[in-house]
Ligand binder design. Structure first.
Ligand code: ADP
Ligand code: MG
Ligand code: ZN
Length: 641
């Protein structure tokens, strides 16, 4: 018995160590364990004294007949006989349950006299033990089943609770005295205009009286717009941190859940909580998930989404200006938002956050470089220069990748080289050194990339080359990194035309060198054709079509091309196609011409690339200078508007 229990204890300990996540599996194993313990105890009690010898009833009858038995104890159906030998042997047997002891013995032909010689004690069913032994065989499985049902129902209840308590708005709350999560404007680099706009809101949340007394109406809703990773979420947190108010954050997608009506009641709950905690900020991240234009019917209307959106509008209309609750929302698709959201009194204050420019990038890098040990050679300015188009989030992960690279090579300090490699990793995905190119593939790739680079260096409005590589990354077999000298908000027609020619450079070279084309340039062709099309249809850069913006930006990606409304006639459609084809043809000719005139330079670049696989700007420029091509200097290009 002792042994048995020890074993069980061990097992129990093991069970406890298991993470309780296993849910059902765990409950079943607990159930099994309990069953095991119960049946262990049962069997221990049932076979109380193990040194009794089990015999048949007929054996006992014959022993009684022979006069070997002194007494028999009857306990239920169990007969325990004590023998009159030296050792007072005890033997045990069972009788039939529906007849008494005397009946049984007489049925076996035992005379009453013989039976009288034996002392028969009838022991009444002995309280607990008897019942335990009797009942356990029936009870144990029942108990087991009840247990499983209980565990199951507990889980179902858990899920049910989520549905019926409408998840008490899943908002994550940051209270003002939460020092750890506190973010202030200091943690947000750049975004000067946005910070200025938001400073006003901070001021209101700090001293609402000042504004209310003078009769100023404070905006209820502020919409933060900007590309992904530009720091919208961060900025919203910073506003709460600066103003020292409670911050309720929820993502638009969290409103939309299984049951219709859940989203709306979550909104109600969220606003209620915020009002109780006022002054407070409610932040709805990715509001486009619920705030898309209603009733477009694409893919069937989504009642749930509409109800949630309606509820947000109702709540925003419902609160008084002195409620000191400000709703902030963020989106990277302001173009798809329902106009009702943007009406006065709702999200009428809109703050745009742009991608950071060079100075801002440097600032962001600085913010994310605290706590990171740098080698002396690190110059964040150079990194900032090399990362046009990077968002704050990209820069953050650049810094992180740099640190990982250094750690992987067991260095304790991050060097400039780590950061430069991190740029490429963030931009293009990790190098795939395992993807080995065959000798022929390597040659083609080298010439292809050399083609891009050379055309880029030869055309006056193209961007300077920073690096060429034939190590495959992501899906590209090789790549040429040419970056603009400055961040540009505007691009001219001449720049576009040269960009298209540069894109075609790889294709042109493959044609010239190998008189064949691989699948390699297909992406180049897609990108350049799309650019040519945009020039014609969006920017009015085609003389034949004239100044017409035939396609508005956005909207298209949302519905896919299939059901896009054309806003122009078939004739103009044909004209567009012919214009695009003309632009592409001219760009092709321009690239071909440039390459043909500089074949020795092309060969030299490609040869060197095959040798060393990565060509940095300095070495690349020394090669083209040797062939009489002047590399681009800064301010070589005047931006033309
Ligand atoms: P968004 O919400 O616009 O997609 P996030 O606010 O989530 O972007 O930004 C992601 C991360 O990028 C932030 O947590 C922060 O580390 C970094 N980041 C983005 N913008 C900035 C910035 N201006 N200054 C400092 N860090 C930034
Ligand atoms: Mg965000
Ligand atoms: Zn290419």
């Amino acid at each position: 018995m002792n042994n048995q229990q020890n074993n069980d204890n061990n097992q129990e300990n093991k069970e406890k160590k298991k993470p309780s996540k296993f849910g059902l599996l765990n409950s079943i194993s607990i159930g099994l364990l309990i069953l095991l313990i119960v049946s262990g105890i049962y069997s221990a009690i049932a076979s109380e004294n193990k040194n009794t010898i089990k015999i048949n009833l007929s054996e006992l009858v014959s022993d009684v007949g022979a006069g070997n038995v002194t007494s028999i104890t009857v306990k239920g159906d169990t007969l325990t006989a004590t023998y009159n030998d030296e050792k007072k042997t005890i033997k045990e047997t069972n009788k039939e349950s529906d007849s008494s002891v005397t009946e049984t013995f007489s049925r076996y032909g035992l005379t009453p006299e013989k039976l009288n010689a034996v002392k028969i004690n009838v022991e009444g069913p002995s309280g607990f033990l008897f019942w335990f032994v009797q009942i356990t065989p029936f009870l144990a499985p029942l108990l087991f089943i009840i247990l499983i049902i209980w565990f199951l129902s507990r889980q179902v209840k858990g899920a049910g609770m989520q549905a019926f308590s409408f998840g008490q708005s899943k908002a994550r709350i940051t209270l003002p005295d939460d020092k750890k999560q506190k973010v202030t404007f200091k943690d947000v680099a750049g975004a000067k205009e946005a910070k200025q706009e938001l400073a006003e809101i901070v001021d209101f949340l700090k001293n609402p009286k000042k504004f209310l007394e003078i009769g100023a109406v404070i905006p209820k809703g502020i919409l933060l717009m900007g590309a992904p990773g530009t720091g919208k979420t961060l900025l919203a947190r910073a506003v709460a941190g600066e103003a020292n108010v409670a911050f309720f954050a929820i993502s638009g997608s969290e409103f939309v859940e299984m049951f219709v009506g859940v989203g709306a009641s979550r909104v109600r709950d969220l606003f209620k909580m915020a009002k109780e905690a006022a002054p407070a900020i409610i932040f709805v991240d990715e509001i486009d998930a619920v705030g898309r234009v209603r009733g477009t019917g694409v893919g069937g209307g989504n009642d749930e989404r509409e109800q949630t959106l309606n509820q947000i509008l109702v709540e925003m209309d419902g609160f008084e200006p002195n409620e000191k609750v400000i709703v902030m929302a963020a989106t990277n698709r302001p173009d798809v938002l329902d106009p009702a959201l943007l009406r006065p009194g709702r999200f009428d204050r809109r703050v745009t956050i742009d991608l950071p420019d060079r100075n801002d990038r440097e600032e962001i890098l600085k913010i994310h470089s605290t706590k990171k040990p740098f080698a002396e050679d690190v110059g964040l300015r150079v990194i900032a220069e090399r990362t046009p188009g990077f968002s704050g989030a990209d820069l953050y992960s650049l810094m992180n990748e740099g640190a990982i690279l250094a750690a992987r090579e067991n260095r304790t300090k991050i060097s400039q080289y780590d950061l430069i490699r991190a740029i490429e990793k963030v931009m293009l995905g990790p190098e795939r050194k395992s993807h080995l190119l065959s000798k022929k593939e390597k040659e083609i790739t080298a010439y292809h990339e050399a083609g891009h680079a050379l055309v880029s260096s030869l055309l006056p409005f193209a961007d300077p080359v920073h690096k060429i590589s034939i190590i495959s990354r992501g899906r590209a077999a090789g790549y040429t990194l040419h970056l603009p000298l400055e961040d540009r908000k505007m691009q001219s027609k001449k720049e576009f035309l040269d960009d298209i020619a540069v894109s075609l450079g790889g294709y042109v070279v493959e044609k010239i060198m190998f008189n064949d084309v691989t699948t390699g340039p297909s992406n180049d062709l897609q990108v350049s054709t799309a650019l040519a099309r945009d020039m014609v249809t969006k920017y009015g850069m085609s003389e034949k079509i004239g100044v017409l913006a035939l396609e508005n930006s956005g909207g298209r990606a949302m519905f896919g091309k299939g059901i896009e409304d054309k806003e122009y006639s078939e004739k103009i459609g044909a004209d567009i196609d012919s214009e695009v084809a003309r632009i592409m043809r001219e760009a092709y000719d321009k690239a071909e011409d440039a390459i043909n005139k500089n074949r020795p330079a092309l060969d030299a670049i490609a040869k060197r690339l095959i040798e060393i696989e990565n060509l940095e700007r300095d070495e690349y420029e020394s090669i083209i200078i040797a062939h009489g091509i002047q590399p681009k200097k800064k301010l070589d290009i005047e931006h033309q508007i």
